[in-house]
Write a protein that binds this ligand. Structure first.
Ligand code: SF4
Length: 535
């Protein structure tokens, strides 16, 4: 089932003219006959509309900073902000060579729990006392402080508190001014987190992990164990994972990120800043990867091997792919028979609505509606549009770091990969080194691309297009449930995972097949639809 331009007009007709004009710019029907279909993104949600977005604090602490396992992350604010940013993303962590069990704080929630007197008289002293208490009780290697809305409103100087605590205790204390109201969505928080980590943590270490083909994985948050599955495959091929940002990652490893040969970028939206800043400061190249989907994982592994231009590595890559496919393909084939021809509606965060299109296609399914909560135009249209994106008051609110090449550590990109400049440029023509083409080119004509969807549009599109499956974020999964359509929640996978790599594809296929074929959804009749309920 597809929607026409007229159908889209009908959907928007309910809005007042100004709202209609605004929302029209956030909606596209893919038409490859048009050279570049522009979409509006990363602009304010219209007041009064129920958006699925999160706040700046959620992007900073909840997504990027929170998963760093060996730092204590203090939420300076009311307990509600802390509670709802605690454990909800299921970023798994475990002890390893650099981080013993006693240095992992991922299961704990730290907050100053600001009360009315703190709002009236200020919360700096309380924050300072809390840092002392945390150091005494937990002996962390480093601490982060994330500011919430009330802290910004009353003007607590968390930077000054952090500097004083750092001097008192001799460990790094990082202050993130990520008050929830900054920017237009959680995307602002990603940017703030990236800047602070780049400025104060990356580049401070001196320990490169021993081994060959040393890589970092950026924008992988180890939800449900995704990062562990990706690491398993990469290590089998012969790569050395120097650091992951930030799933199951440590402060110690992040200090050493600049010592790798190549950055892999999984979630483009949340982490492209660091990839770009490391390229500017250290010259380190980055490759856009996608480990969601069987074909996508194979493609990424082959492109990665080509970056190093090493026959032994290319050969080993093919061996591992063949070994994994022998296990995965019969399973995927089994589920493809059940799922072939079914459709999905995907509205998730940064890059997931794009990445999961590949996994669905492995299963014979098509994502007929795809959109993002907090993407920017480059996530849809590709990085070539970045110079044309106009900055506004909201984006100017997030400070940019103006970095220069490091006098000691900067090397040309080809040197990192042990290639001649000519060879590097040749490889770059065929693999996404330093580039991301965005989601839109992967979509088929007639499919819907939607930015910052709201509750009304969500319901209407589901009613009109009748997808067999909805891939959602944390909040909108309940809309899917209420509409009687099976869903998979892709922010935390609820209680399951991994979905990445080869093993993840099999898990996802089984769960989607179970969800789509269960009769439960068709047996439920909402009380207001059974004709018996009264006003
Ligand atoms: S919007 Fe403000 S008050 Fe709400 S969760 Fe985010 S930081 Fe806390």
């Amino acid at each position: 089932m597809a929607i026409t331009e007229k159908g889209m007009e009908d959907l928007l007709a309910t809005y007042p003219d100004t709202v209609k004009k605004n929302r029209k710019k956030h909606l596209l029907i893919k038409n490859s006959a048009e050279a570049c279909q522009q979409i509006e993104a990363n602009t304010r949600t219209i007041p009064g509309i129920i958006s699925q977005r999160g706040c700046c604090f959620a992007g900073c602490k909840g997504v990027v900073v929170g998963p760093i396992k060996d730092m204590v992350h203090i939420v300076h604010g009311p307990v509600g902000c802390a509670y709802y940013s605690w454990g909800t993303r299921r970023n798994k962590a475990r002890a390893d060579d650099t981080t013993p069990k006693e240095n992992i704080y991922s299961t704990l929630c730290f907050t100053t729990d600001m009360q009315e007197p703190d709002i009236v008289f200020g919360g700096e002293k309380k924050l300072s006392r809390m840092i002392d208490e945390v150091v005494e009780m937990f002996h962390p290697r480093a601490i982060t402080i994330s500011a919430t809305c009330p802290v910004g409103l009353i003007g607590d100087d968390i930077g000054a508190v952090a500097r004083a605590a750092q001097e008192r205790h001799g460990i790094q204390v990082l202050a993130f001014n990520c008050e929830g109201y900054k920017g237009v969505s959680q995307s602002a928080g990603h940017h703030i987190a990236n800047n602070n980590i780049m400025e104060h943590v990356i580049g401070k270490g001196t320990q490169r992990k021993p081994g060959d083909y040393v890589i970092n994985i950026l924008g992988e948050y180890n939800i449900g164990g995704d990062g562990w599955e990706i690491e398993r495959i990469l290590k089998d091929i012969g790569y050395t994972v120097n650091g992951i940002m930030t799933g199951d990652s440590s402060y110690v490893d992040i200090r050493n990120l600049h010592l790798a040969d190549l950055n892999l970028v999984q979630c483009h939206r949340s982490i492209n800043y660091i990839a770009e800043m490391m390229e500017t400061k250290y010259g380190m190249p980055w490759l856009k990867v996608n480990f969601i989907g069987v074909d996508a994982t194979c493609k990424t592994l082959r492109e990665l091997a080509r970056c190093f231009n090493d026959e032994a590595l290319i050969g080993r890559t093919e061996e591992v792919i063949a070994r994994e496919l022998a296990i995965v393909e019969p399973v995927i084939e089994h589920y493809r028979k059940i799922l072939n021809g079914k459709t999905a509606f995907g509205f998730v965060g940064g890059s997931r609505s794009h990445h999961y299109q590949h996994l669905l296609r492995d299963l014979g399914m098509e994502m007929i509606v795809a959109g993002y909560e907090f993407a920017h135009r480059d996530d849809y249209e590709g990085r070539q549009v970045i110079p044309t994106i106009k900055s506004d008051a909201d984006s100017r609110n997030i400070p940019e770091l103006h970095l220069k090449p490091d006098e000691e550590l900067y090397q040309d990109a080809h040197v990192y990969l042990n290639l001649t400049k000519e060879k590097f440029e040749e490889i770059k023509k065929n693999v996404p080194l330093g580039h991301y083409e965005g989601m839109n080119p992967d979509m088929k004509d007639g499919e819907v691309i939607i930015d910052d969807i709201n509750h009304y549009e969500f319901e209407e599109l589901v009613r009109k297009l009748k997808p067999d499956l909805i891939l959602t974020g944390v909040r909108d999964k309940y809309i899917a449930h209420k509409l009687g359509v099976p869903s998979r929640q892709l922010h935390s996978y609820d209680y399951t995972g991994p979905y990445a790599g080869f093993n993840g594809a099999m898990t996802f296929a089984r769960e989607v097949a179970n969800a789509v074929t269960t009769p439960a959804w068709k047996l439920v009749t909402a009380p207001w639809e059974d004709g018996k309920s009264k006003e």
